[in-house]
Design a protein around this ligand. Structure first.
Ligand code: C2E
Ligand code: MG
Ligand code: MG
Length: 550
């Protein structure tokens, strides 16, 4: 058993000490108190097992599971928690933990647990069952022969209620259906499960007879068996297929198929085949994601703040926190580029947690009395809401900053409707009970607008700049008027985004928007400038500026 290397990730130094002492003689232990130091240690050397506390100073330990699964697949993970909540345990297992251990435990329990998990992990390795990727690569490798190419298809399910409640049974169910699909496709076998909603099919095909329509064939066959809920299929595909064909190198083949599936998701197309452009994009994305991981770990991400003004008094009513990343060689990278990368590479929880904590701290220190002052709005990706620990992360950030919950607003886009799960609703419910506001961001750009309005406890609608820019057209003004009227009936505040000119501002104010945000009033700015902005006699200054603005 000696030679085992274990990383204990817990913000409680006493628990770390007890774990190290308990495992002495059995394993070499290292300790990390937060996600960033854990990632640094895992990057620096190989570990057999990570013991991860479920909440770490307001961060979610479960976020580390995604990273372990993708970045260090040779490492087993056990989640340690003070809670015996079955939902949390199931989520941890669905996200790749081998076990879930409830505190307090007896000394010998931990020793036996570690011995069991490490032995199981090794056995799974040997049989190719785990890490799933290694087994899948080995099986694909065995399909190559001198005169054949191999087709590999990665099928990514998303946003299906079926997958939303990601549990092993669900994955198995989908896996079974995919096996049926594979049988319908001549020569393709079901090879394995990459993640709770990600599956791999592969099979040899004759050289020269490589099928250009392979992605669509795979998709059609799955369509026939996977039961995409009626009506959702064409709007937001319940799944996408990424396909690649090669005559050698199973690892690269699988990576290419995965990149194609991601590109299909990103471009909202049902199926894509790997191309050289995708290859460049995949390499670039890998490089950016590893730089982003380092930037998050080194706390190099900054937060910019953009005020929102009451349209009547021009008083600052809120402030939106926006993530900023300055890359050493590429310069400033847009959030619309790095946020989706963070979502795909298991980095969104640490990124979002960082912005949330910074923003709460900043808001608490803006005014002498933290109970009074403008609200702080923080953008939240739907990916963050898949994390059972999200509520605790938010409450932890508020407690740490001593910021009253009523001053925090969480902005989410309409895409969440497609992932309507019990877990997501529980986050809404619990955080609303604390007085946190929810804002429906980019309203008017999505597709399930009315459903999302009715289903969740929103406090605010943020109308997207593409709509607020329509103020000069009669039809645009009518649409904006209807939105404001509807918001009034539903008791929601309405904020206009992207206000760039005085004429636009006046028109939106006349239509009835409560609040406005945009370059006309202020661009996103560093915290120091925000303080000056708040200290300035804002309304008078703005009126002067509006009078001269074009
Ligand atoms: P968003 O939440 O809708 O944020 C508003 C975006 O509009 C910001 O872009 C802001 O700089 C820009 N903007 C504000 N006023 C004007 C204007 O008058 N004209 C124009 N053309 N643009 C204006 P930014 O900072 O590039 O952020 C883009 C998006 O990235 C955000 O859209 C948000 O969805 C996402 N994002 C930014 N920070 C975070 C974060 O910390 N977490 C998450 N999950 N997403 C973030
Ligand atoms: Mg926003
Ligand atoms: Mg927006």
């Amino acid at each position: 058993m000696t030679g085992l290397r274990i990383l204990v990730v817990d913000d409680d130094p006493d628990l770390c000490r007890v774990a190290c002492w308990t495992l002495e003689g059995m394993a070499t232990c290292e300790v990390a108190h937060d996600l960033q130091s854990a990632a640094r240690l895992l990057d620096a050397s190989a570990f057999d097992l990570v013991l991860i506390d479920v909440t770490l100073r307001g961060e979610s330990g479960l976020a580390l599971l995604d990273q372990v699964r993708y970045r260090w697949p040779d490492t087993a993970a056990t989640v340690i928690s003070g809670s015996d909540d079955l939902d949390v345990a199931q989520e941890a297992l669905a996200r790749g933990a081998l076990a879930y251990l409830v505190k307090p435990f007896r000394v010998n329990d931990l020793r036996i647990h570690v011995a069991t998990v490490c032995a199981t992990h090794r056995r799974m390795h040997a049989s190719g069952a785990c890490p799933p990727r290694a087994g899948i690569v080995a099986e694909i490798e065995s399909m190559f022969a001198s005169d054949t190419e191999v087709v590999c298809a990665v099928v990514e399910f998303r946003q299906l209620p079926l997958v939303g409640r990601a549990g092993t049974a669900t994955s198995h169910e989908l896996g079974d259906r995919l096996e049926q699909s594979a049988r319908m496709l001549e020569g393709l076998d079901f090879v394995g499960v990459l993640g709770p909603a990600s599956f791999v099919l592969a099979g040899p095909c004759e050289l020269g007879a490589t099928r250009a329509d392979a992605p669509d064939l795979v998709r059609m066959a799955i369509d026939a068996t996977a039961r995409v809920p009626a009506g959702l299929g064409h709007l937001a595909p319940g799944f996408v297929v990424g396909v690649s064909v090669r005559s050698d190198d199973a690892e690269t083949l699988l990576t290419e198929a995965e990149a194609s599936a991601r590109a299909a998701l990103e471009h909202h197309v049902p199926a894509l085949r790997f191309t050289s452009e995708l290859e460049d994009a995949a390499c670039d994305e890998l490089e950016l994601s590893s730089d982003l991981a380092a930037a998050i770990a080194g706390r190099d991400l900054r937060v910019a703040y953009q005020p929102q003004y009451l349209s009547g008094s021009l008083r600052v009513i809120g402030i939106e926190a926006l993530a900023r990343w300055h890359h050493a060689t590429r310069g400033d990278v847009c959030p619309s580029v790095f946020v989706p990368i963070a979502e795909r590479h298991g980095l969104i929880a640490p990124l979002g947690g960082h912005v949330l904590r910074e923003a709460c701290r900043a808001a608490a220190n803006l005014t002498p009395d933290p109970a009074r002052g403008p609200r702080i709005s923080v953008n939240v990706s739907v990916a963050q809401l898949r994390d059972a620990a999200f509520t605790d992360t938010v409450l932890g950030a508020l407690t740490e900053a001593r910021l009253p919950a009523a001053r925090l607003c969480l902005e989410v886009t309409e895409s969440l409707v497609l992932e309507d799960t019990e877990l997501l609703r529980a986050h809404f419910r619990r955080l609303s009970e604390y007085g946190i506001r929810w804002s429906l961001d980019d309203f008017g750009t999505g597709f399930s607008t009315f459903e999302s309005l009715a289903e969740f406890p929103w406090s605010e609608l943020k109308v997207d700049s593409t709509l607020t820019a329509q103020f000069e057209r009669r039809s645009g003004r009518e649409i904006l008027r209807s939105i404001v009227a509807m918001a009034g009936r539903l008791d929601l505040d309405v904020v206009a985004e992207g206000v760039e000119s005085t004429r636009q501002f006046e028109a939106l104010r006349a239509i009835g928007f409560d609040a406005v945000q945009g370059y006309l009033m202020a661009r996103p700015m560093p915290l120091e400038r925000l303080r000056e902005e708040l200290a300035a006699p804002v309304a008078r200054d703005l009126r002067t500026r509006f009078a001269t603005a074009t």
